[in-house]
Design a protein around this ligand. Structure first.
Ligand SMILES: NC(=O)C1=CN([C@@H]2O[C@H](COP(=O)(O)OP(=O)(O)OC[C@H]3O[C@@H](n4cnc5c(N)ncnc54)[C@H](O)[C@@H]3O)[C@@H](O)[C@H]2O)C=CC1
Ligand SMILES: O=C([O-])CC(=O)C(=O)O
Length: 328
């Protein structure tokens, strides 16, 4: 018997990430090739954006995806999030050259108060929320705090693009396939302060750290390359990453919903005090997923260099949190 359709809300649906995301969700790449979906698409109440959304919907229809059980266009989060099981909050302003993601807080933060409140009012009580819009960690924190009746742990921020970037850089350095690398972690904020940590990673069962054996490369090449990859893409493309961001969103939601078979992935989640990170800080941690739940990989040793990196990214997040106090 075929499964009952689930409701997937996507905001910023007519934007560049939306265009790289919706067709993959509708084809079953996010929730499985046996899971029908109803797409609940939100765009701003502006004629140009709503027209663009209509065009995207026409294209979705023209794909005749067997798993696409319905498509809705919305301009109000209170209707877009009704009964939604999954919410991908993408809609927000992207940065341009010379900006940091935190510079977007003033423009984007209010979106996430309104959308957190709407999720609180009308979404499924088990809704799984992924915030992509930047600055993703703090926006996810705002949405979580604006939705007191939902489980805080169901609000997450996207660190998966950083995780995938780190895996790709390591694979290129070692000369192995990305899929051979396991047990990678990215700690902290989706910003240049993030700490991509390969100390526990393995390549075909061997230690990545021992294989690379070059702390100078780690500190002076790997960490800045991963941390500043978003800016490098903006410099090259004139626009921020879209297909790779959509791909990371698919990876994040798929793994959360369907499980990781014991493999580590990185998710931005509200801390429960793990590794000394204060409660509720939306922080990138290594996790495994099973039965629709994530579980932090605990008990990892944090050496002096790692602690310094973690402290730095935490301080940045605490600063962003202070800056949005007035909205909560
Ligand atoms: N966390 C991550 O790893 C990444 C995050 N991003 C962020 O994702 C966000 C979206 O990026 P793009 O799709 O490239 O931008 P875009 O400008 O192409 O699209 C954004 C869309 O969101 C819509 N929008 C704005 N406010 C909205 C609201 N309140 N409700 C619903 N829709 C709204 C706009 O009308 C626009 O169509 C940006 O903030 C960007 O910085 C981008 C790449 C990676
Ligand atoms: O850098 C940006 O502004 C877009 C983004 O978050 C990324 O590509 O990681």
């Amino acid at each position: 018997m075929s499964k009952k359709p689930v409701r997937v809300a996507v905001t910023g649906a007519a934007g560049q990430i939306g265009y790289a995301l919706l067709f993959r969700i509708a084809s079953g790449e996010m929730l499985g090739k046996d899971q029908p979906v109803i797409l609940q698409l939100l765009e701003i109440p502006d004629e140009k954006a709503q027209n663009a959304l209509k065009g995207v919907i026409m294209e979705l229809e023209d794909c005749a995806f067997p798993l696409l059980a319905g498509i809705e266009a919305h301009s109000d989060p209170m209707t877009a999030f009704k009964d939604t099981d999954y919410a991908l909050l993408v809609g927000a302003r992207p940065r341009g050259p010379g900006m940091e993601r935190a510079d977007l807080l003033a423009a984007n933060a209010q979106i996430f108060t309104a959308q957190g409140k709407a999720l609180n009012a009308v979404a499924s009580r088990n809704v799984k929320v992924l915030v992509v819009g930047n600055p993703a960690n703090t926006n996810a924190y705002i949405a979580m705090k604006s939705a007191p009746d939902l489980k805080p742990g169901n609000f997450t921020a996207m660190l998966r693009l950083d995780h995938n970037r780190a895996a790709s850089q390591i694979a290129a350095k070692i000369g192995c396939a990305v899929g051979d690398i396991q047990k990678l972690a990215v700690w902290g904020n989706h910003s240049p302060t993030m700490y991509a940590d390969y100390r526990f990673a393995t390549v075909n069962g061997k230690s990545v750290k021992d294989t690379i054996n070059d702390q100078v490369w780690n500190k002076d090449v790997f960490l800045p390359t991963v941390g500043k990859r978003g800016a490098a893409i903006i410099a090259a493309r004139g626009l921020s990453s879209a297909a790779s961001a959509a791909n990371a969103a698919i990876d994040h939601m798929r793994d959360w919903a369907l499980g990781t078979n014991g493999q580590w992935v990185t998710m931005g989640i509200p801390s429960q005090g793990w590794y000394g990170i204060p409660k509720d800080v939306m922080f990138g941690f290594p996790v495994t997923c099973e039965n629709g739940e994530y579980k932090v990989v605990e008990g990892l040793e944090i050496d002096a260099f790692s602690q310094e990196c973690i402290d730095k990214t935490l301080a940045e997040l605490e600063g962003e949190k202070d800056g949005v106090k007035h909205l909560l």
